[in-house]
Design a protein around this ligand. Structure first.
Ligand code: FES
Length: 585
């Protein structure tokens, strides 16, 4: 194709355009619509950015081109849309020379900046299609979540007055899972997480973070004491000022994490455990993006601590047995026991859940809260690591889901889920910033497992592997199974059958991840799967690992299939991104 300048291609002759008034040409792999309007020639991409309708079949009036499928309107000169959901359409510079029309197809030098801007627009206006297109472009070269995740984190922590919520938790869960997913599922995961952030912020006032204390900052111990006191009296502003002052003073990340974990466990399992899980996720988000974002991210947690419901105020924790009184008596012993447990760091070796100590697990899953608390205290007294005990409680919580009987009310899945994600967050917190205060969370989680005991009566049978099953069809079978409602036990059986074949477990994780992304799943389902994957990665015992995946797939199967509308939007974005045809007559 003849060119006069790099990037310029001859698109048509002037006489052809004059003869028809409008032309459609394919040059350099692009199909362009050429218009002459008020003496100027315009070249625009012929595919409507909304769903690909040919724009040469639109109507041009007063410089505005209207697509006829959903009636989006575009400024012919700039390509900017007046209907934001449709996105802007690319336009190309045009030259007339020697009786011909030349179009400059050089990609814009700021293409990446433009995609970042489109992502912002998608988040601001809550337009999932624009979010999906921007994510696909931003992750095209690098398959990592980094750039879109940072953008979503900054947006979500700034533009929601209530601070960290479900959207940012989902975004962080999906981002955590990306290394386990197939490469073509990674942008889909980010798209879903970012769409959740957009939903969570839509129509909400922005958040104006509190400034740090002026002048000299008090020491970390003082700030921690004040912070807990302010959360206690539900003073969100005062508490936030302590955190931002600690961060501005350069107090170490582990010390700041300890401040947060202490305050969030000063009351029993606040807001069914969400604030602690959010704290864990916020710290994981900083692991991924850098501590320089800590002020915006960590201050977004504080209002949730101050305003949360406290389980001391709930009937179930007070009657017929005063569980809070049992816990408070145990907590008095924790500072003394703490020193004995922290010396023991080899969780795999000392885990009280090793087969030889299965009595511990039976007690955790039993119906005597005093015995449960005594067993935890005894484990500490014996020198077991706090982290290992937390891991055991997380396993017991996962078993509540793995053995959840479907005769329960459907909403009870969430009850078991809250305990599991809380227990997982306590475990992760103790790995990051161990403290006797956070250790209280292990006891809270264990009592929550106790309170959920009737969800396992009768208990669903844990599946045993069936011999002679081939691994290659099992993953496809799992997908087909989750096309039908309530295939909870059959899905669990498939998981253990697959693991028993010795086939690559990473393929199973990637498949469960893909099936999760296929659904319009709610906040809790992504929490369940992500926490189960985390526990799977940390468990030393093969049976326990299998049970975590059984819990994940049972929860997912209970909540599938959905209408899968999010996947439909993503497919449209993907086909537009690849240049596939969308509109067919
Ligand atoms: S408005 Fe053009 S395809 Fe929808």
């Amino acid at each position: 194709m003849p060119t006069t300048m790099p990037g310029h291609v001859r698109a048509a002759s002037l006489s052809e355009l004059e003869a028809h008034g409008q032309l459609t040409v394919t040059v350099g792999g692009h199909t362009l619509a050429l218009f002459r309007h008020q003496g100027r020639i315009h070249a625009i991409d012929n595919r409507c950015p909304h769903m690909g309708f040919p724009l040469d079949r639109g109507s041009l009036c007063d410089g505005i081109l209207t697509c006829h499928w959903h009636h989006a309107r575009f400024d012919l000169t700039s390509g900017g849309s007046f209907d934001l959901w449709a996105d802007d359409v690319p336009t190309y510079p045009v030259e007339e020379r020697d009786g011909a029309i030349w179009v400059d197809l050089t990609p814009p030098a700021d293409a990446r900046t433009r995609q970042r801007d489109r992502l912002e627009v998608g988040l601001e206006q809550e337009i999932p299609l624009i979010v999906a297109k921007a994510v696909l472009s931003l992750m095209e070269e690098r398959h990592t979540a980094g750039e879109p995740f940072r953008a979503g984190l900054a947006f979500g922590t700034r533009y929601r007055d209530a601070g960290w919520g479900q959207g940012l938790t989902m975004l962080t869960c999906f981002t955590n899972m990306t290394p386990l997913l197939d490469a073509d599922d990674r942008p889909r995961a980010l798209y879903q997480g970012l769409s959740a952030v957009a939903r969570d912020t839509a129509g909400r006032p922005p958040r104006f973070p509190v400034r740090p204390l002026p002048g000299t900052t008090p020491d970390a111990a003082t700030l921690k004491r004040w912070f807990r006191q302010f959360v206690e009296v539900r003073d969100g502003d005062g508490a936030e000022r302590c955190i931002v002052s600690a961060l501005r003073a350069g107090i170490a990340p582990a010390t700041v994490a300890d401040m947060l974990f202490a305050a969030v466990t000063d009351h029993r399992t606040i807001d069914v455990g969400h604030p602690l899980d959010f704290t864990n996720k916020a710290l994981e988000a900083l692991d991924a993006t850098g501590w320089e974002n800590a002020e915006l991210v960590l201050t977004s947690l504080v209002r949730g601590y101050a305003m949360a419901d406290r389980m001391e105020e709930s009937n179930a924790w007070r009657h017929p047995i005063d569980l809070v009184a049992i816990l408070e008596a145990a907590f008095e012993r924790l500072p003394d026991l703490w020193d004995r447990s922290t010396g023991n760091v080899d969780a795999a070796d000392v885990s009280p859940l090793a087969p030889r100590n299965s009595q511990f697990l039976d007690t955790l899953l039993g119906d005597d809260p005093q015995a449960i608390v005594d067993a935890l205290l005894a484990a500490l007294e014996q020198g077991h690591a706090a982290e290992a005990i937390a891991q055991a409680v997380a396993y017991a919580a996962a078993l509540r889901i793995a053995r959840f009987h479907t005769s329960n009310e459907f909403g009870d899945w969430d009850t078991a889920l809250h305990t599991f994600t809380f227990a997982n967050a306590v475990h992760q917190g103790l790995r990051r910033a161990p403290s006797p205060e956070l250790l209280r969370g292990v006891f809270d989680a264990a009592i929550s497992v106790y309170l959920d005991r009737f969800l396992n009566m009768p208990a669903a049978r844990l599946p045993e592997p069936q011999p002679g099953v081939q691994s290659d069809t099992l993953l496809a079978d799992l997908g087909a199974l989750l096309d039908r409602q309530q295939q909870v036990n059959a899905a669990a059986q498939l998981v253990v059958n697959y693991l028993a074949t010795g086939a690559d477990p990473q393929r199973l994780l990637a498949t469960i991840g893909r099936l999760l992304l296929r659904e319009d799943r709610d906040f809790h389902t992504i929490q369940a799967v992500e926490a189960a994957f985390r526990q799977y990665s940390l468990a030393a015992d093969a049976t326990q690992r299998a049970h975590f995946l059984v819990a994940a797939v049972r929860y997912l199967a209970a909540h599938a299939p959905t209408v899968r509308s999010q996947g439909q939007t993503y497919q449209i974005a993907l086909r537009l991104h690849r240049g596939d045809a969308l509109f067919e007559e």
